[in-house]
Design a protein around this ligand. Structure first.
Ligand SMILES: C[S@@+](CC[C@H](N)C(=O)[O-])C[C@H]1O[C@@H](n2cnc3c(N)ncnc32)[C@H](O)[C@@H]1O
Length: 416
């Protein structure tokens, strides 16, 4: 089995430690049954010799979980960058956006809707959406989506851009035509098969499935097709790693947007971007108060990768959700007081300690690490606390201890 797992990793970057050896074994057994093979060695020979079978195996292993406006502020932030920075200042061509991986299309179509809602005409932007999975791309191109693709509280966009067809929803042609699809393996193919550089790259919820060397390789590749001054949007659990590799937070609350520091000052030097309102994609607020830290306050802490992928709604209590929003608005003292009250009244919780740690981190308070530790003590699988603690320790030069926490985080296995 391990040789097939290795082959999958060589082909896609997907690491059995992150995907889960059991899930991979199940996928292999299902493929062996389909092709009528009983011995693993025979199946290994087949996978090695047949590109078709390799492709089928990859299709059965990839985690394609996605939904419209996932981490919604990212979309409003991207539209704001295009409308307020790119178009007025330096583009005499349409803005170029890449969604990689795009899975079944919810992410790039959300980008297109956010652009249109922000008043950016379709002629002023181009979205390329890419993924290794040809099945996901086929679903994306069909443009018809089930209920599972709509998970936020605010579904006004569905009324605006979709038509109900039986129990599904068909996306209207104006949005469909904004996105072009392309099969692409981030780790396999020549970068040159992508057409040129992109002003904005969404690479979200893919690097969490890679081991550290592969994450570095992936980020290096992304850096090669991100235009000078471009913005990179990643998943909440990926941002600590990306910041650690030298990118800087764009300080757009809850958007997990980063800039390459070498390029700041082009699109880059962050200037007030109107803040998106979580769960209200497409709507813009008043000029933003920024979260002051080097790292933006993250989404609600997640107990593990697997839950993170499976959950459809934030898991933290309303009070902590309010505290997080206050923190995002830069009201750190109020946010902290709310967390303290929550702890007094409701007892110890990993979420509350994680939030306190983020708030202290945001204020540059070195006691933040104590609170990440408390969160981990209460929930040893608290992925974001593990990652943030690793990052803090690395910054303090405590590399060996940092590695221990990072390894623990990477051992958390997502369920596909
Ligand atoms: C969890 S989905 C993320 C989709 C979307 N970005 C989001 O955040 O909702 C991960 C996607 O990565 C794709 N994928 C896995 N390995 C890949 C690779 N090496 N190159 C490109 N896409 C890959 C899978 O096919 C899957 O559609």
């Amino acid at each position: 089995m391990w040789r097939i797992e290795q082959l999958i990793q060589d082909e896609t970057g997907l690491h059995s430690g992150a995907i889960g050896s059991n899930s991979i074994a199940r996928a292999i057994r299902a493929r062996m049954k389909t092709v009528g093979l009983r011995k693993t060695e025979d199946y290994l020979d087949l996978v090695q010799s047949s590109p078709f079978e390799r492709n089928e195996l990859v299709e059965s292993v990839v985690v394609t979980e996605t939904w419209f406006f996932r981490d919604a502020p990212a979309f409003t932030a991207a539209a704001t960058i295009v409308r307020d920075e790119l178009i007025p200042t330096r583009l005499n061509r349409p803005a170029r956006l890449l969604s990689l991986p795009c899975s079944s299309g919810e992410e790039p179509y959300s980008l297109a809707m956010a652009m249109l809602d922000a008043g950016v005409p379709a002629s002023q932007f181009r979205i390329l959406a890419a993924d290794i999975s040809s099945r996901s791309l086929a679903r994306a191109q069909r443009g018809v989506f089930g209920r599972n693709s709509f998970r936020g509280k605010d579904l006004a966009f569905r009324d605006k851009y979709f038509r109900a067809v039986d129990r599904e929803f068909a996306l209207e042609p104006t949005v469909l035509s904004c996105v072009h699809f392309h099969q692409f393996n981030l780790l396999g193919e020549e970068i040159s098969s992508l057409p040129g550089l992109f002003d904005i790259v969404f690479c979200r919820n893919l690097m969490i499935y890679f081991d550290l060397p592969t994450q570095k390789m992936a980020l290096d590749r992304i850096g090669r097709f991100l235009a000078p001054g471009g913005a990179l949007f990643v998943g909440p659990a990926e941002q600590p790693f990306v910041l650690e590799q030298g990118y800087v937070s764009a300080h757009i609350p809850m958007a997990f947007a980063c800039r390459n520091p070498g390029h700041l000052g082009r699109i880059g030097e962050p200037r007030p971007v109107r803040s998106p309102q979580p769960d209200h994609p497409g709507k813009m607020q008043q000029p933003a108060t920024r979260v002051p830290p080097a790292r933006s306050i993250g989404t609600p802490a997640r107990r593990s990768h697997s839950q993170a992928e499976a959950e459809t709604a934030p898991t933290i209590a309303g009070e902590l959700e309010r505290a997080r929003r206050l923190a995002d608005e830069g009201k750190l003292a109020e946010a902290s007081a709310l967390c303290d009250r929550h702890l007094r009244e409701k007892g110890a919780s990993a979420q509350a300690y994680f939030l306190i740690a983020l708030i202290r981190d945001a204020a540059g308070d070195s006691t933040a690490t104590e609170f990440y530790r408390k969160a981990i003590y209460l929930d040893p699988n608290h992925y974001e606390s593990l990652m943030h603690l690793a990052l803090s320790l690395e910054k303090n030069g405590e590399k060996i201890r940092a590695r221990t926490y990072r390894n623990r985080a990477q051992r958390l296995k997502p369920k596909p």
